[in-house]
Ligand binder design. Structure first.
Ligand SMILES: Cc1cc2nc3c(=O)[nH]c(=O)nc-3n(C[C@H](O)[C@H](O)[C@H](O)COP(=O)(O)O)c2cc1C
Length: 212
């Protein structure tokens, strides 16, 4: 298996609906490719981790690099891996804000404006800190009886993680509806998107918000 991490910047400011549309593409395509990963977005910058079979990951990265919605595509890390960082996510999504950054151990004093292509491209330790976040404390449960509590803790963390992700997606949905209401127009594609997101938030569609 293989992992690739790249940074890029938006070609034009992404609206919330643009973000939802992009995530919908990930959630439809990636399960079919057995690809998992994480997309971070903040300060007009994308940091994406893609994991799966090597040829599949490279082909997808190539396709993404040609997408006109972003530019300056720069691969910052590639590695052969034994296990995935994001086994449960077809594409976990996180919007970075000054507030969310303050919650990351080691990044309390990190300013959002540093979350940009040039800085990330030259500070791999920062990329690793951001990418390794969901695994903190999520080590594989031990099989010994005495570690029952430890196993429960791991499960609880996973559940919390899934619930935070649902909250993030729900917030995006609501924001996109507010955006449309402000414009006084809700078009068909957006309505379709809202329906499919709602279905996945309710857990009826496998592989949409969470992978399983
Ligand atoms: C920042 C960014 C990240 C993307 N990530 C993915 C992804 O993980 N999976 C995917 O299928 N498409 C992703 N895309 C979209 C692809 O570039 C492409 O538009 C899409 O895969 C086309 O899907 P289709 O062949 O089903 O029309 C991404 C695009 C951007 C701008």
């Amino acid at each position: 298996m293989f992992r690739l991490i790249y940074v890029s910047e938006e070609s034009a400011p992404f609206s919330v609906s643009n973000l939802l549309e992009l995530l919908n593409q990930c959630h439809v395509n990636n399960p079919r490719l057995n690809v998992t990963g994480m997309l971070m977005y903040g300060n007009g910058t994308f940091l994406q981790t893609i994991e799966g079979e090597e040829e599949v990951v490279k082909a997808l990265a190539e396709k993404i690099s040609r997408d006109r919605r972003h530019r300056g595509f720069k691969v910052v890390r590639t590695e052969t891996i034994r296990e995935r960082l994001y086994p449960d996510w077809s594409m976990r999504f996180e919007r970075l804000t000054e507030e969310s950054l303050r919650k990351v151990p080691g990044l309390r004093d990190f300013a959002l404006k540093k979350f940009n292509r040039d800085y990330l491209g030259t500070h791999l330790e920062l990329v690793d800190t951001l990418a390794a976040r969901p695994r903190q404390g999520a080590s594989e449960p031990s099989t010994s009886d005495g570690d029952h509590l430890q196993r429960q803790l791991v499960e609880l963390r996973k559940a919390l993680d899934a619930s935070q992700q649902r909250q993030e997606m729900a917030a995006l949905l609501i924001e996109s509806l507010i955006e449309s209401a402000t414009r006084g127009r809700l078009d068909d594609p957006q309505l379709r998107l809202c329906r499919s997101m709602l279905t996945s938030l309710r857990g009826r569609s496998k592989g949409a918000v969470a992978r399983a």
